[in-house]
Design a protein around this ligand. Structure first.
Ligand SMILES: [Zn+2]
Length: 342
């Protein structure tokens, strides 16, 4: 099969011919229909995140069709349309040994970090890392769900966001823009988007933000106090991760407010939490998502609550991966997804 291979020692990316991987008893072979190019793929290749493999296949936002299943797999058959979670269970932690699967494994293995990713004609993952995609849903849309939409959805779950809560989103790029869209679905109000770039603020308003502010504006805190009628934010999501955004977001939290720091590049455990009580306010770290989040997003899309059709901006063949990466780097922060179609 053809696969994009990245040599992390030489820093070299190339399209190569490699064997179709063999299956273990609990694994599934998926023919990839589409896989996103994420900003953190680029970050990994630029050396900001180390892969555990010297040479590997990048890509972890994939959807496709089951091509073959291992001897023990009963849940899938060839021809099933699926979206692939970016993590699979470790088989070793206490949760896995009890057979409780990928939703609670405490040491998830990550695609393109611990095992080969999806910029290839085929990928292998565990049977529990797949979610069924309805016939009416394009696999390209399903691939977007596993990328820029699932991490914000996981962050909303981490925040325990409830209807009518006031939300602020710092950084409305790929992840933040989808968070705005999802917060709207969850009934948050008001939703305040903060971004330095006017075009990003414009887009956030299109996707459901009530107000969009430039965080450099000296009056941000008083605007937020005014918009929330003095109660401050119930939840602040920080996708920027600078000290300035952190301080600004923390300063406008209301009573029992939660500040969720969303880390872009998944490393180690897929969802990790830390919190510190401070006058009833909480700071929480969040990374990634779980299979149950992906299931929920497929459901929301199938029932017409969530529309990601405008989130696909380009679909390129594997051979044009370098061009695709350039687009992602150049459109840094743009919510529109660039997909590879092997
Ligand atoms: Zn485990």
């Amino acid at each position: 099969m053809r696969a994009v291979r990245f040599d992390s020692v030489a820093g070299k990316l190339e399209l190569a011919e490699v064997p179709i991987p063999a299956l273990e008893r609990d694994e599934v072979l998926v023919k990839v229909a589409a896989c996103g190019i994420c900003g953190s793929d680029a970050a990994r290749m630029d050396g900001f995140v180390q892969s555990r493999m010297p040479i590997y296949t990048p890509g972890y936002e994939a959807a496709g069709v089951v091509a073959a299943v291992g001897d023990d797999v009963r849940s899938w058959t060839p021809g099933d349309r699926v979206v692939v979670a970016a993590g699979r269970e470790c088989r070793n932690c206490p949760e896995c040994r009890e057979g409780r699967g990928s939703d609670i494994c405490s040491d998830l293995r990550l695609m393109a970090v611990h095992y080969d990713g999806a910029w290839a004609e085929y990928l292998v993952t565990s049977a529990t890392a797949l979610v069924s995609v309805p016939d009416a849903m394009p696999l390209e849309h399903a691939a977007v769900l596993s990328g820029a939409v699932s991490t914000p959805y996981g962050a909303i779950d981490t925040a325990r966001l409830r209807p009518a809560e006031a939300v602020g989103v710092w950084g409305v790029g790929g992840l933040g823009t989808h968070l705005v869209q999802l917060a709207r679905i969850c009934g948050a109000t008001p939703i305040i988007a903060l971004d330095r770039r006017p075009e990003a603020r414009e887009r956030a308003l299109d996707r459901g933000a009530d107000v969009a502010l430039d965080p450099a504006n000296k009056r941000v805190a008083s605007y937020i106090a005014e918009i929330t009628r003095g109660r401050g934010l119930d939840v602040a999501f920080d996708f920027v991760g600078r000290e300035s955004t952190f301080e600004q977001a923390r300063a406008v939290l209301g009573e029992r407010g939660r500040l969720v720091l969303v880390k872009r590049a998944p490393e180690g455990s897929l969802v990790e939490h830390f919190s510190e009580g401070e006058d009833g306010r909480t700071v929480i770290g969040h990374t990634g998502y779980r299979v149950r989040h992906l299931k929920a997003l497929v459901e929301l899309t199938e029932r017409g609550r969530l529309d990601v059709s405008s989130s696909v901006s380009a679909i390129l063949p594997l051979a044009r991966v370098v061009e695709g990466l350039a687009k992602v780097r150049e459109y840094e922060g743009n919510p529109l997804r660039v997909l590879l179609r092997p």
